[in-house]
Design a binder for this molecule. Sequence first.
Ligand code: GAR
Length: 208
Amino acid sequence: MTTNLPRLAILLSGRGSNMVALVEAVQRGVLQGVAEVAVVFSNKPDAPGLTTAAALGCPTASLAPEGRKRAEYDAAVVDLLQGYQPDYVVLAGYMRILSSVFVRAFAGRIVNIHPADTHQHQGLHAYEWAFENRLPETKITVHLVDEGLDTGPILAQAPVDLRGADTLAEVERRGLAVEHQLYANTLVQLIRQELPTPSIAERSATQH
Ligand code: GAR
C-alpha cells in the first residue's frame, strides 16, 4: 500500500535480521504509521534477506556489482533506488563502503547500524572484537553516514551487557537483540525530528 509516509529503502547483504525487525516495526510496531518500506535492496541477488523481505510483502531489488568500478556501481544503485523515491536509505548489514557518489545523492539521509561504539571500532567483525577483548559491555551505534568508514554523526547508542557471555554466538545474540530495538526506535525519533542531528556539513566544519 502506498501512503504519504516517509519512505525507507532498506539495504542489506546477508541474513537481514535488522531488516526483519524494521519491517515488523513498520507493519505492527513503533514505525507503524510513521514510515513505509519503499524497497529492500541488496548487492547480493542471492542474499537470504531478500527472500525474507519478499515473504514479508516488501518490494525487493538487487544489482550485483561484478565487473563495475565502485563509483560506477554506486551510481547505478542510486539510479535504481531513486526509482523508489526513498526519503531515507537505511543500511542494515549492507557490507559495502559507499562512495561519494552515493553519499552525496542521499546526503544526510543515509543511516547505518554498527555493532560497536564507532569511536572505538570501525568496519567489520565488531562482535569478534568485543568477544576477543573480553569486553564486559559493548555499544550498538546508529549513525548518519558520511564519506568515511563509520565516522558519521551518532544518532543513538545503546549498551549491551556482555558479562558472562562466553561464546561469540552469545555475544551476537545479545547484541542483535539490542540492535533490533534501537534501530526502529532511532528511526522513529529521526523521522519525527526528535533528535539533535547535526548535518554532515556542520559536523565537518566543526571537526576539521
Ligand atoms: C548486524 O550485526 C549489523 O550491525 C552489522 O552486520 C550485521 C547484519 O546482520 N553491520 C556492520 O557490521 C556494519 N559495519 P543482519 O543481516 O542480520 O541484520
